[in-house]
Design a protein around this ligand. Structure first.
Ligand SMILES: CC(C)(COP(=O)(O)OP(=O)(O)OC[C@H]1O[C@@H](n2cnc3c(N)ncnc32)[C@H](O)[C@@H]1OP(=O)(O)O)[C@@H](O)C(=O)NCCC(=O)NCCS
Length: 172
């Protein structure tokens, strides 16, 4: 069984290693999710530590998926700090551990992330994803639109520059 839970900063802090395991597993599998060296666990852990601090301010919300007592997936909803972006939220770190994929976990996380944004009165969601990745199919199937793509946007774990696709979804 898969359970989705929203974590506060206090709840997430003791789960730092588990969050790091998911991100590290995805990077080791070649995902384009900010990091290029899966062996650099410290950098990945630092990233999550910063995000955990940011949960306390309310600028970010974190959802995780549990399967048999283990965190197997994450997604974050980030809120714009600028007054002109108060209607907007950004989805990031949709990560499903390679061992837990194709069970519908990402789809459930995205549905609940969207619900969090709706509850906060947001009317626009944005994200970016490596062009050609399977994640694009998921977003398209959930009524996201492609705004466009930027060539050579991010270095891959294989050392080449990949394009990114910018996507959005109106919630009105
Ligand atoms: C993309 C990712 C989050 C999908 O997670 P998942 O839990 O396996 O996805 P789901 O089982 O919910 O599948 C949802 C849809 O995604 C698409 N999809 C997911 N994996 C796919 C694959 N290997 N091949 C083709 N389509 C795939 C399909 O459209 C699928 O819908 P369907 O099952 O009805 O065909 C996961 O592969 C992952 O973590 N990848 C690395 C990190 C990443 O790229 N994250 C996105 C950053 S923007």
């Amino acid at each position: 069984m898969i359970e989705i839970e929203q974590l506060s900063a206090t709840q997430a802090q003791p789960l730092l290693a588990a969050l790091t395991d998911v991100l590290q597993g995805c990077v080791a599998d070649g995902a384009s999710v900010g990091f290029i060296d899966a062996a650099d666990r410290e950098a990945i852990e630092r990233f999550w530590q910063d995000k955990i601090y940011s949960l306390a301010s309310g600028d970010n919300q974190l959802l995780v998926a549990w399967q048999q007592g283990v965190i197997v997936a994450t997604v974050m909803v980030g809120y714009s700090a600028m007054p002109n972006g108060r209607h907007r939220a950004e989805i990031s770190k949709l990560l499903v551990h390679p061992g837990a994929r194709r069970q519908g976990i990402a789809r459930r996380l995205m549905q609940q992330a969207e619900q969090l944004a709706v509850e906060r009165g947001k009317t626009l969601l944005v994200l970016d994803t490596r062009s050609g990745d399977v994640a694009t199919d998921l977003y398209l199937s959930m009524d996201w639109q492609v705004a466009g793509s930027i060539p050579d946007y991010a270095e891959s774990t294989a050392g080449v520059l990949d394009a990114t696709t910018v996507m959005y979804k109106g919630l009105k």
